[in-house]
Design a protein around this ligand. Structure first.
Ligand code: GLN
Length: 241
């Protein structure tokens, strides 16, 4: 089997080592004999919605979000939303998550339009949520790191990725973390997220592969190291927040 991964704005939206998510997805395919091709798609690059199985959209500061939001206005954002509507897997983290929604309202200036693939909107808040986090989800417990001032609110078409057990979650108010709509997953979980949460990485890979190949079973991998990292991050979250 083969998987085509689009690394959206790899040069702009990649803070806190979010590219570690792309490395994890690639390795967990290669270890299983699945060919993984990663294509960086940044400002000005054309997007073919029929080519990619999985899109990764990392985090970035507000200034990068201005540049990216501008590039996503019009055709490119419409094609990315089309891919989402047709069932492609998208993982957006923090700034990328925010631009998958309807808009991100920074402290100053106009709203940054998102592509509307997630029924969410985000408003910059006065409190910055920073630290290790733990989230209970249907895919198991996720451990990660957050750093955002944006407060994200879900509309009726999206449902939460999980319940924030330690950390600020989407907005510090409703104990939700992240959002899911079709195969689009957004969250505030840096870290990077997938190396320490292999079960979630495999869930995304399975969704992406089965869209192209039908029912897919991923062979089990030795997750000893990943689980040790997961446990260590869990301990850190408990001790530091
Ligand atoms: N502008 C965003 C915020 O602070 C995103 C930051 C990020 O991607 N870490 O909420």
């Amino acid at each position: 089997m083969k998987i085509e991964i689009a690394f959206l704005y790899n040069d702009l939206m990649n803070i806190y080592g979010d590219r570690g998510n792309v490395i994890t997805l690639t390795r967990r395919c290669e270890w299983r004999g699945i060919e993984a091709k990663v294509t960086p798609l940044t400002v000005g690059d054309k997007l073919d919605p029929d080519k990619y199985d999985l899109y990764f959209f990392g985090g970035g500061q507000d200034r990068e979000q201005y540049t990216v939001a501008d590039d996503l206005k019009g055709e490119k954002g419409r094609l990315l939303k089309q891919a989402a509507t047709e069932g492609a897997v998208i993982l957006g983290i923090c700034g990328g998550y925010q631009l998958l929604g309807h808009y991100y309202r920074p402290f100053e200036g106009p709203d940054l339009p998102g592509i509307g693939a997630l029924d969410i909107h985000t408003i910059a808040g006065h409190q910055r949520y920073i630290g290790n986090v733990v989230v209970e989800t249907a895919f198991g417990t996720l451990v990660a790191f957050e750093n955002h001032s944006g407060k994200t609110y879900l509309g009726s078409q999206a449902h939460p990725l999980g319940k924030s057990v330690i950390g600020g979650g989407n907005n510090g108010e409703d104990s939700t973390e992240g959002a899911i709509q079709q195969n689009v997953f957004g969250c505030y979980l840096h870290g990077s997220l997938l190396p320490k949460n292999p079960h979630f990485a495999d869930h995304l890979l399975k969704l992406a592969l089965q869209r192209r190949y039908g029912a897919v079973e991923l062979s089990p991998l030795d997750n000893k190291l990943e689980e040790a990292a997961h446990h260590s991050a869990m301990q850190r979250a408990r001790e530091t927040r």
